[in-house]
Design a protein around this ligand. Structure first.
Ligand code: DSN
Length: 414
């Protein structure tokens, strides 16, 4: 990590970046939406492109001097379309929420009906939460998951028939099963709704062909680029050709100003990396590691919502232990494991306390963790939760986490 100039100009910020690097280096990252991007992506994001204004789209800009920016943005668009088999890609969304907002802006009017997944059941804020623009300005009905952790497609269909939404959203922030995009399309067609698939979490698995693609079915596919796709923080919105102009207009001038061209360059690099055979191996290992972690936790007597995971994440259900997600996420932090509290279906606790912890494997898989390491991680997690008051025991567990981190340094730095 080269902070040569920063250390001279701003020692305070440089020092915190160094501490953050150490934190990432010495902790096991199990937040399902995080990853460790490549040095190549970081170089693109830290480049002179940050200096350039480029409102508009390639060859139709409001500023001059965009000849190189145009080439880079078109490369990113082309790679996104090829990787996800979509007609059109706008790579300017600053985040996944902005990508979703663009779809709302393009195909809905305030007050229109939307059917999306409930936030506390695994959906996303921007899928219609009452505290988000999507729930404030639109009439949202939400479906959830059943006790077994599955989407009840017949229930989704009945809700669609009853409410006749203009837009149906599938895709989740916390769902451990394969999503049946074809079924969603059949439901959308039955009620004449648009279908949006938000693949933010599973984008890397979809790119690798290890999760079914929504491309044949969805009118709009949105994603972030920094989760299992392993790129820079940002979003992409893709669509069928017939919606291309409208989606572009929704992004600019609809909801955003100047695009972050340095991040767009990082997205282009990440999309190239995701098209390589090594990425397919990486994505396959993410799933193998998630299954090994889930099995390891169940072997230690812990409950997982819906049992065995089918993708990169799972939710530990702590209800039987009598402990809360909030407390246990803090205990895991003490033993060098970073994760987030999460609600479980029919959670008796508030969303701020919760009875669950979400765990995911994209980041540790990037470090090089394999199945046997995930079994050790499962043992550390279970011991920490079952003996959360034993401070000496927790210290020993932290040593075990550190040993794994030392075995797999990030960016190869020891
Ligand atoms: N905050 C992301 C996640 O953790 O899943 C979703 O935006």
């Amino acid at each position: 990590m080269n902070l040569e100039n920063l250390k001279i100009v701003d020692r305070e910020v440089a020092a915190e970046i160094e501490k953050e690097f150490d934190r990432q280096q010495n902790n096991i990252e199990l937040i399902a939406s995080e990853n460790i991007t490549s040095k190549a992506v970081m170089e693109a994001c830290g480049s002179v492109l940050t200096n350039k204004y480029a409102e508009g789209k390639p060859h139709k800009r409001f500023y001059n001097g965009c000849e190189h920016i145009d080439v880079i943005e078109e490369i990113a668009q082309k790679r996104a379309c090829e990787l996800f088999h979509m007609d059109h890609a706008n790579v300017q969304p600053h985040s996944g929420a902005q990508a979703n907002m663009a779809v709302f802006m393009y195909c809905l009017k305030p007050g229109d009906k939307v059917l999306g997944m409930d936030l506390s059941n695994g959906g996303h804020l921007s899928h219609g939460s009452p505290v988000n623009f999507s729930g404030l300005y639109f009439d949202v009905k939400s479906y959830g998951i059943d006790e077994n952790g599955n989407i009840d497609y017949e229930n989704v269909r009945q809700m669609a028939l009853e409410h006749k939404p203009k837009l149906i959203i599938c895709g989740a922030s916390n769902y451990s099963k394969i999503i049946d995009f074809k079924k969603f399309k059949e439901i959308a067609d039955e009620v004449g709704a648009y279908l949006m698939a938000d693949i933010a979490h599973i984008a890397g698995l979809v790119a690798a062909g290890l999760h079914p693609s929504p491309a044949p079915y969805a009118d709009f596919v949105t994603t972030t680029t920094h989760k299992s796709l392993r790129g820079p923080r940002g979003g992409i919105v893709m669509c069928k050709e017939e919606h291309a102009q409208g989606i572009d207009k929704a992004i600019f001038p609809g909801i955003q100003g100047g695009p972050l061209e340095h991040i767009i360059a990082g997205k282009a690099v990440a999309l190239l990396e995701a098209s390589k055979p090594e990425f397919k191996e990486y994505a396959a290992q993410i799933i193998k590691n998630a299954k090994a972690l889930a099995q390891g936790l169940m072997d230690e007597g812990m409950d997982i919502v819906g049992g065995m995971t089918e993708n990169h994440l799972m939710t530990l259900d702590l209800r039987r232990t009598g402990k809360t997600g909030k407390d246990m996420a803090n205990v895991l932090e003490k033993v060098g494991i970073t994760a987030n509290k999460n609600t479980v279906p029919n959670d008796p606790q508030s969303p701020f306390v919760t009875s669950g912890i979400r765990l995911g494997t994209p980041a540790v898989t990037t470090r090089g963790f394999k199945e046997e390491d995930m079994v050790e991680v499962a043992k550390i997690i279970a011991s920490a939760i079952f003996s959360s008051d034993n401070e000496l025991g927790l210290q020993n567990l932290k040593e075990r986490s550190l040993k794994l981190c030392k075995k797999y340094p990030i960016y190869g730095d020891k």
